[in-house]
Design a protein around this ligand. Sequence first.
Ligand code: ADP
Length: 549
Amino acid sequence: MRETRVEEKERILVVDDDLGFLQVAQAILKAKGYSVETAPSAEEALARVGERFYHVAVLDISLPDIQGTDLLSQLLEKSPDTLAIMLTGYSSVQNAVQSLNRGAFAYLEKPLDPERLLAIISRGLEKQRLVFENRRLVEELEQRNRETSILLSVSRAVSQSLDLEHIIASALEMVVPAVEAEAGLVHLRKNGSLNLYGYHGATAQLAEGMRVIHINGDILSAIYQRAEPVCLNVNEGPVPGLTPLAQAGYRAFAGVPLTAPGGSLGVMSVARRAARPFTAREIEVLTGIGRELSIAVRNAQLYEEASSARALRELDALRTEFLANVSHELRTPLAAIKGFASSLLQPDITFDEGTRREFLQIIDKEADRLHHMIKDLLLMSRLEAGALEVKKERRSLGEVVNSVKDRLSSLTVRHRFKVLIPRELPWVYVDEGRIGEVLTNLVENAVKFTPEGKLITMEARSNGGKEVTVIVSDEGIGIPREFQSKIFERFWQVKDASGGKKRGTGLGLSICRGIIEAHQGRIWLESEPGKGSCFFFSLPVCGKGGSRE
Ligand code: ADP
């Protein structure tokens, strides 16, 4: 858009082929403090008007190269805001009307009356100033409107969610184009540093370069600590902390603090590739959006804190229940072992061979159960401490299943048990013992929750050569839908319909998940109450060349 700002000295162009007149007019106008230029022909006048803005053009109506009224039209087409005053050497109403119709501001007759000319120019300039001022106000109003509607959209978008990442992503999506930037980043404080929580427009590489900023002497830390916006050019020498931006080709940077009543939360920053610095106005827009974002971020953080406090309370309750459960579960086999061993040791009772054997078998079975439970407890505590060892080797799933075959057969004697492991499956890289434990655990659960005589299946499939999936399915009681997402959490058990009495410790599946995740695999389930359950786990196959030909 053409620059229409009124400058201190208004510029006037006088166009006439009478050089004497030009001199006189120039002298009169200069004496009044105007900046005056002259042109002896229409061609030169139009050339000048193309180069700069003149507040007033005084045009002689009779020029050698063009009709004065045509010059007027062409001049106003090029510079519609210029005030055109027409001059003529002889009185002609027709010319006057024509000029005024084509947009001239006034019409003066020669010989020139300097006083009249000055009065008309002064009146015209006053009117022009008002037009300019009016236009500036309208533009400002429109700009304010745009900013308010952006602010409203951001406010609406961020207040509709309690998900931190979603809030930040939607704010950045709007803020970046609103300030004509190409990249936007939001860092929030976490554990003594500023961590990148969201970005828009930036490459993953740039995001990685600015992922964690240790609160130090850099720019983002300064914005965070002083809670004041900063706007600078990043290509005029290294700016602490912003080198990745400069390296990615950004030049202008602006950052605003995100603050809440409790203190600073982080920083929202934007960058553009053009060297054009962010204006005070753009910083104002950023600050406004930053304010909305801060409220939404704080709300989301409070919600997260409240949720994790609730989760902790739930975990605590589960732990207490677990302890009671575990004591009971440990005491039951111990009591059996103690009872049968004491009976056998009674000096005054002699048991026949069959009974002695039966007692010893019970003691053996209960000791196994105890051993199993203690192993689970130890495994769980290792998992919780992040100290579970997995010694991975290249294995076929067939080998892994074989290693626990006897145990699985003895577990499933009262059920129909089918194993479908194709020979041509790709190799996996696993700790055979640990994956054997997962298989045993899943089959044990299937046995526990499936009526005798029903089918339990263990199956394996290859998923597009990238993963091998193992499925343990049963025709048991199934798992109510509302509990399915909880089942892999530690201590978690489905309450028996009979009134809450539980079997087991609630550790088995969380151990399975820990082991599978230590293999970079996934574990999940599908279950239909009353019909049965399918537990799936997938393991990544060995790298290229690892598949069995
Ligand atoms: P637990 O040692 O108590 O069995 P798990 O973590 O192995 O602990 O299992 C947690 C709960 O998941 C069980 O208490 C049971 O309610 C449910 N569950 C697990 N496997 C099955 C299954 N195959 N069928 C039905 N419910 C199951």
